[in-house]
Ligand binder design. Structure first.
Ligand SMILES: C[S@@+](CC[C@H](N)C(=O)[O-])C[C@H]1O[C@@H](n2cnc3c(N)ncnc32)[C@H](O)[C@@H]1O
Length: 271
């Protein structure tokens, strides 16, 4: 543990170097963190130490911890991640929570647009085993990761490589999307760690809403009359999205704030 803290500098992005070093050592060793705390006298095997030191150096150079381990926790499950996918973010769990709260049929037909690692689709399929879940992404490399995560959690998901929803046949009870929503001009100012996520998972065009606007335009065709869409948004986008939805003939059923006060998730429904 002292080994890790010695290598990880205290700086933005690594607020608690000691804690993170312990987390990395546990993963490099394939043991639970609690085992390290309970038995600090255990000698670190040479091959574990070599892996751990390699990770610490990369972490100290700015690489996100989840890229080093290739794993990320989401909704209590472990997901494989790679440079081809966005590392699942805690705020996306809010979109999942809102989706799970909707009063849908037990056999609802559900579509995750821009599935990335598959964290949303896999979680919904695991939490609602009778839902019929499909997922789409434009990136074949992201879909490989999503398929591996579906297999890891033993859920059946129909995956499609496509540009948004143009090739998807209606009707859907629920559409969930965490599409890229960062305005292009803001990308350069993002923290260094975010630079390790694929640009195609972040760049939402001039106002951040290019893809969301295109998806909303297709929702009236896709959704059942009593269906709903759950969209994750960036800061200060909810008003613009409500306007876009209104123009498309959709109503805003809910606007949900994240713990930081940002209107992070909206629920849209046909009027
Ligand atoms: C912000 S990431 C979200 C990934 C995952 N759903 C999550 O919440 O962690 C957006 C995803 O949308 C995908 N994407 C970008 N443009 C797309 C398009 N035109 N059609 C389908 N997927 C797209 C990206 O490849 C990326 O995987």
């Amino acid at each position: 543990m002292a080994l890790g803290a010695a290598f990880l500098p205290q700086r933005r992005g690594i607020p608690d170097p000691r804690r993170e070093a312990m987390w990395l050592l546990a993963r490099a060793w394939g043991v639970e963190e609690i085992a390290l705390r309970l038995h600090p006298e255990r000698v670190v095997p040479a091959e574990v130490e070599a892996r751990y030191r390699g990770w610490l150096e990369r972490r100290a150079a700015g690489e996100p911890a989840h890229h080093l381990t290739g794993e990320c926790e989401f909704w209590g499950r472990s997901f494989a991640v790679s440079p081809a996918v966005l590392v699942p973010r805690p705020e996306t769990e809010l979109a999942v929570q809102v989706a799970l709260e909707l009063p849908l049929s037990p056999t609802a037909r559900v579509l995750d647009v821009g599935t990335g690692s598959g964290c949303i689709a896999v979680t919904l399929a695991a939490e609602r085993p009778r839902w019929r879940v499909s997922a789409v992404d434009v990136s074949s490399h992201a879909l490989e990761v999503a398929r591996a995560n579906a297999a890891r959690h033993a859920v059946e998901i129909e995956f499609h490589e496509a540009d948004l929803t143009s090739s998807m046949d209606p009707p859907w009870d629920l559409i969930v999307a965490n599409l890229p929503y960062i305005p292009t001009a803001d990308l350069a100012a993002l923290p260094r760690e975010v630079g390790f996520d694929p640009v195609a998972a972040l760049d939402g065009g001039a106002d951040g809403l290019d893809l969301i606007r295109r998806l909303i335009a297709d929702l009236p065709r896709l959704l059942r009359p009593c269906g709903g869409a759950v969209l994750e948004l960036g800061e200060d986008q909810a008003d613009a999205v409500a306007k876009i939805a209104g123009t498309a003939g959709l109503g805003v059923a809910r606007r949900i704030k994240d713990p930081g006060g940002c209107e992070r998730v909206v629920v849209l429904q046909p009027r």
